[in-house]
Write a protein that binds this ligand. Sequence first.
Ligand code: NAD
Ligand code: IPM
Ligand code: MN
Length: 369
Amino acid sequence: VTAYTVCCLPGDGIGPEIMAASRAVLDAVAERFGFTVDCEGHLIGGAAIDACGCALPDATLEAARAADSVLLASVGGPRWDTTDPAAPRPEQGLLAIRKALGLYCNLRPVHVFDALVDASSLKPELVRGVDMLIVRELTGGLYFGARERIDDAPGAGANGEPGVWCSDALEYGEGEIERVVRYAFEAAAGRPRATVCSVDKANVLGTSKLWRDVAHRVAAEYPQVAFSDMLVDNCAMQLVARPAQFDVVVTENTFGDILSDEASMVAGSLGMLASASLGDGTPLFEPSHGSAPDIAGKDVANPLAQILSVALMLRHGLGQPAAADAVEAAVERALDDGWRTADIADDATPADRVLGCAAMGERVAAYLA
Ligand code: NAD
Ligand code: IPM
Ligand code: MN
């Protein structure tokens, strides 16, 4: 039998809960499709800081490199929240593993399940049928540019006195832009609407002017793909005004971070948004949301973003597309049958249809059996 190794990184907050729920689904789908998955647990984020003082231990990175895929839940929480620039933060672990594995291309599919059109904060007629793919650049831009801080910079304080001065550099090389834009065009070429919208701030930023030039150059190689660009502020508005206009959206790191959280509400909840991080090394799969400290430890988190990330792992990481389709179909059936977690339930949802995190995982796993 085919045997895979998956490096599992539960992390912090709701991370361990959604990871457990998604493992139940992974076990069920492996059983049904006749392959085995060896899930090795490793530390990242706050849990790793507590255990060994660093957010990405060497042992975790080595295990990630050796695995067929990495499945990550979420990192961070108030326990490690500090604005001291010298203190370790859980989020550094996530950025470090993305960078170390060369995962420059982050796919965030925004799929509106028919059963959830009323869960969105937008009108049902606006969100029905939305099926968009946000392609976010993941290893460049503001997140990885030079950082500087001068604690007694002349004139940086109030009234021209010395004070703290900080800078985060937004940097891109054209090769970094081209590879992720190319991925977006390749993805669009295989989709029914074959349309790419490149999002930038080319009316102001130098990096965005370069982004736009590169996007146009790549677009010329794909005459079969319809192409446009859009300024990011307009895009933020268009996403809530007319989300159905978008097919593939490609954008830089920070814009993609913000726009994808915004777009998640089109699908009903941040708890529905999966992601795949692809590039040079072991591919990594994780929900788009964070560790949700406000609901951690209560078994109420929505595990579907994590479960849909397992589907992306089966498709893009393990080469099991039929198993990926089966997981997505099982999620759809659970929703069609009225099963909800609290974030996607409303006043009309019968109380006995609102499941906890573990129970939703078991429910989806049961549809796969
Ligand atoms: P968050 O995404 O954790 O939560 C935002 C809101 O969405 C909260 O109200 C939360 O309860 C809700 N939510 C998120 N996921 C949910 C789910 N699966 N089911 C139901 N509700 C869900 O963002 P935040 O509160 O701004 O950040 C919390 C911590 O998570 C921070 O430390 C942040 O740095 C970290 N973070 C980590 C990741 C990651 O690991 N990939 C991503 C984003 C934020
Ligand atoms: C995400 C998160 C991360 C990001 C943080 C936690 C570093 O918000 O995956 O969207 O900004 O990339
Ligand atoms: Mn984010």
